[in-house]
Design a binder for this molecule. Structure first.
Ligand SMILES: Cc1ncc(COP(=O)(O)O)c(C=O)c1O
Length: 516
């Protein structure tokens, strides 16, 4: 009998017709690359990184149709047809009156906040991404995060942990309305674990904005993944195509910033789109100043073509089903291995709760950075700290722990296969078995802004407690040296809770399959 029953395996909905060879450097090579990089994974050479999960930004594989579209790129300075095709693709999903191409998402942010930011102002968001926060703070304004409480609890299961706390927004606007030039919503909420925002939440935020006469802007980098979650999780949307869900969400907003390096499947690019004619005029002048003429912004015509085609592919249901499932596949494997991960899994990445995994490391000794370095050392997997290194330093020079210390394993779109994900699981499992031996990190040098890109670190022996878990090693530095040599990485004997810092054993046991 013929059946339409779905298969358990969701295959990659594409064939690979061009490959990029990679090699795994030896442990000694990885250790010296890490040391030379100042234990900052942004400083590693990409050839030394076999599995690069640093970001999903601009790292996706383009399709044959995108490469074909690139050949149609028209490089006229003004009025290129490539811009027309780009604008048509953008406004087909986001029908804003003005579309200003930029070289990246952060350029759109810089233009927007240069135009409307300034000292004493406040910009609320569910959670600001680091470049958004930095661009706001650079103007002297304050960036305020208002996530729902569930969004701050990595183990809390909630279908829309990316939502904004609408009551908190209302309180902020009641107290300081005059200081708020606009409200932002980041979909999905990258810094909050890649969690989606529900349509109901966007509507509720819109209603509050209307009451206070404030514009609502979307940071829409991952809006297609967000829309897929709405379709699969929010009642009333099961029969609405993703493109229709995106249009509904855009209709609730007054404008957007976008990085085309994420959901639009391009290697570079972004845009600012908005309805307000006067604000668009001011933004266009800023665009010309640093990006370029308005019909190309910071991009070549061929990039505009790649984005236009990528946008069409980004809303394809087979692609989105595979995309979200492949992230879930890695997340479930780690969860089953007992690794504390943010649940439910987001759209573009699996986030490991480094603070839960390494409770012996003080947040100001950067457990996320320690874990990210260990993953590279162990198996050449590059990940990204999203925690106190990224968010702990304030404009006045003070430092406090971030709300969470996460390590993000971002999955580039259409780039790695299921066996790559199986390998990543193995690497994380091996590090997790010896988590309590990892030392914290100390910052040796750092800039005042966006420090995570260029700060230099070293394994720290002073801020690392938990010597009771240190096994054979006398100090954190020696423990690190042991890791470098790859010494003694036996599996933790089953049932030996004393191998795990208190609390973690419970979390790990609870996460094991078969546990109630
Ligand atoms: C939510 C979010 N907003 C903005 C940006 C900035 O985009 P870009 O890297 O293109 O400047 C990013 C990049 O990762 C992001 O994730």
């Amino acid at each position: 009998m013929i059946t339409e029953e779905p298969f358990r395996t969701i295959v990659e909905p594409f064939r690979i017709h061009s490959v990029e060879p990679m090699r795994l450097p030896t442990r000694a090579e990885r250790a010296s690359a890490l040391q030379a990089a100042g234990y900052n994974l942004f400083e590693l050479a990409a050839e030394d990184v076999p599995i690069d999960l640093l970001t999903d930004s601009g790292t996706g594989a383009m399709s044959a149709e995108q490469w074909a579209a690139i050949q149609r790129g028209n490089e006229a300075y003004a009025g290129a047809p490539s811009f027309g095709r780009f604008r048509a693709a953008v406004t087909g999903l986001f029908p804003f009156a003005h579309v200003l191409p930029t070289h990246q998402g952060r350029a759109a942010e810089r233009i927007l906040f240069t135009a409307i930011g300034g000292s004493g102002l406040i910009v609320p968001n569910n959670t600001h991404f680091d470049t958004t926060r930095a661009n706001i703070e650079f103007t002297g304004a304050t960036a305020v995060d208002l996530p729902v409480a569930e969004g701050l609890r990595p183990a809390a299961r909630h279908p829309f942990k990316g939502n904004m706390d609408v009551a908190a927004l209302e309180r902020l606007l009641s107290a300081r309305a005059a200081a708020v030039p606009l409200v932002m919503l980041t979909v999905t909420n990258n810094s909050g674990g890649g969690q989606p925002v529900s349509m109901a939440n966007v509507r509720a935020v819109r209603a509050v904005c209307d009451r206070f006469g404030k514009p609502l802007f979307l940071d829409a980098c991952r809006i297609a993944e967000n829309a897929w979650f709405i379709r699969t999780r929010e009642s009333g949307y099961q029969d609405v195509p993703v493109a229709g869900i995106i249009r509904q969400m855009a209709a609730l907003a007054d404008g957007m910033t976008m990085s085309a390096k994420k959901d639009p499947l391009a290697s570079t690019g972004g845009w600012l789109a908005l309805n307000d004619d006067a604000l668009a005029g001011r933004c266009r002048n800023l665009q010309i100043l640093t990006e370029g003429f308005p019909t190309y912004g910071g991009l070549a015509g061929r990039d505009l073509e790649a984005i236009a085609q990528g946008l069409r592919e980004a809303v394809d249901h087979d692609y989105l089903r595979y995309r979200v499932r492949s992230v879930e596949y890695l997340g479930q494997a780690l969860e089953q291995a007992g690794v504390p991960v943010v649940v439910p899994f987001g759209g573009h990445a699996v986030f490991i709760d480094a603070r839960a995994m390494l409770p012996h490391i003080d947040p100001l000794a950067y457990p996320g950075q320690a874990l990210a370095c260990a993953l590279y050392l162990e198996g050449g997997v590059r990940s990204c700290e999203i925690g106190t290194v990224m968010f702990g330093l304030h404009p006045d020079g003070t430092e406090t722990p971030a709300a969470l210390d996460l390590v993000r394993l971002a999955i580039p779109r259409r780039t790695y296969t299921q066996s790559h994900m199986d390998y990543v699981t193995e690497v994380v499992e091996r590090v997790a078995r010896r988590a309590c031996d990892l030392p914290g990190m100390r910052i040796v040098s750092q800039p005042r802004q966006l420090r995570h890109f260029t700060a230099r670190f070293e394994p720290d022996e002073l801020t690392t407690s938990g010597t009771g878990h240190a096994g054979a090693y006398a100090s954190a530095r020696l423990r690190w040296a042991g890791m470098v040599r790859g010494l003694s990485w036996p599996p933790a004997p089953s049932g030996t809770a004393d191998r795990w810092p208190a609390g973690q054993a419970v979390l790990l046991a609870a996460a094991r399959p078969g546990h109630p």
